[in-house]
Design a protein around this ligand. Structure first.
Ligand code: PHE
Length: 339
């Protein structure tokens, strides 16, 4: 028996293989539980006289170890070679990594702020939750004004002392509290109103407020600034139109329309065949507001306006439903990857 085992040890030493199937067959031959060579020897081993067991046991173990080592060695080699054999074409393009994109509201907000920064406006931010004074009272809202009604405003405190701002105009007050004229700021931010959600309105939206206060600021400055903005943003043929309006904190007040960017003023379903689109509310800062902040309204005057970013984004990209902006549906957002 010992000679037979030694012969197998020699056989194992010489064995080599280049395919995994050959290694598997080799493994089977020696280690198979049913009829493996080693299994056979171990069965015989039980019956041999005790005094022979020591020597025989050692040789048998050598065979077992050499079989196991051989299998590991050959498997390793075959795997290594199979890696080498793969043809790698380093000139092939890599896998596409999707980078995501900026939200359309972000894109348009940045573009608008950039246009105003080019003519000297400084961008600042002010709180989203504010008190009655900054959101209403200092802005000349009379106590019984309908905008204070629960219908329009989200109150944070039961006694109505804190609100989630209904417009970015609270930023005018926040800024004038701490700065003396000349003032020239744009204030982007989120705003909230207790309104039903539909294709055209939402309970949350974004605004950009602008405030300019200095000596001798007149309505002409407001008109010229808005004409400049409209041409920069919508194109050089764009015209603006001012319609008289009312806001408690401006006097006079005006809503501003631009010629429809879709049809160029010819009339289409977006501008409801009027050729005009409303884009913002504006006016000369009411002297009462300046006086509320301790600014001498005889010496200083100013203008302010507030525009809705969603509305302008909808016009620019032909988005028909405001709800898309808040649903985060990748099918919608991915369309803005290249802008
Ligand atoms: N705050 C007004 C609104 O939300 C817009 C506005 C801002 C009007 C500044 C005049 C001056 O509708």
């Amino acid at each position: 028996m010992i000679d037979k085992i030694k012969a197998h040890i020699e056989e194992v030493k010489k064995f080599s293989a280049s395919k995994i199937e050959e290694v598997e067959a080799f493994k089977n031959k020696f280690l198979s539980k049913k009829n493996g060579v080693l299994t056979g020897f171990f069965t015989e081993f039980k019956n041999i006289p005790a005094e022979q067991k020591k020597d025989l046991g050692q040789v048998l173990n050598t065979l077992k170890l050499s079989v196991e080592n051989k299998i590991t060695e050959l498997k390793g080699k075959i795997e290594e070679n199979s890696d080498k054999n793969i043809d790698i074409d380093l000139s092939l393009p890599g896998e596409n990594i999707s980078l995501g994109s900026l939200h359309p509201i972000t894109v348009v907000r940045r573009e608008i702020l950039d246009i105003f920064e080019r003519i000297g406006f400084v961008t600042i931010e002010t709180p989203e939750i504010d008190d009655d004074w900054h959101n209403f009272t200092a802005l000349n809202f009379p106590p019984e004004h309908p905008a204070r009604d629960m219908q329009d405003t989200f109150f944070v405190e039961k006694n109505q002392s804190a609100v989630i701002r209904t417009h970015t105009s609270n930023g005018q007050i926040r800024y004038m509290e701490n700065h003396k004229p000349p003032l020239k700021v744009v204030i982007p931010g989120r705003t909230y109103r207790n309104e039903d959600i539909s294709a055209r309105s939402h309970f949350m939206f974004h605004q950009i407020e602008a405030l300019f206060v200095d000596e001798n600021v007149s309505f002409i400055d407001l008109k010229q600034t808005l004409l400049y903005f409209a041409k920069e943003f919508f194109g050089h043929k764009t015209k603006v139109r001012f319609r008289p309006s009312y806001f408690p904190f401006t006097e006079p007040s005006a809503e501003v329309d631009v010629t429809c960017s879709i049809c160029g003023g010819e009339g289409c379903n977006v501008c409801k065949y009027t050729g005009w689109l409303e884009i913002l509310g504006s006016g000369m800062v009411d002297p009462n507001v300046l006086e509320n902040l301790g600014i001498d309204s005889k010496k200083y005057s100013g203008y302010a306006f507030g525009l809705g970013i969603e509305r302008i984004t909808m016009l620019r990209y032909g988005v028909k439903d405001i709800r898309y902006f808040f649903e985060n549906d990748v099918r919608f957002l991915s369309q803005f990857e290249n802008i």
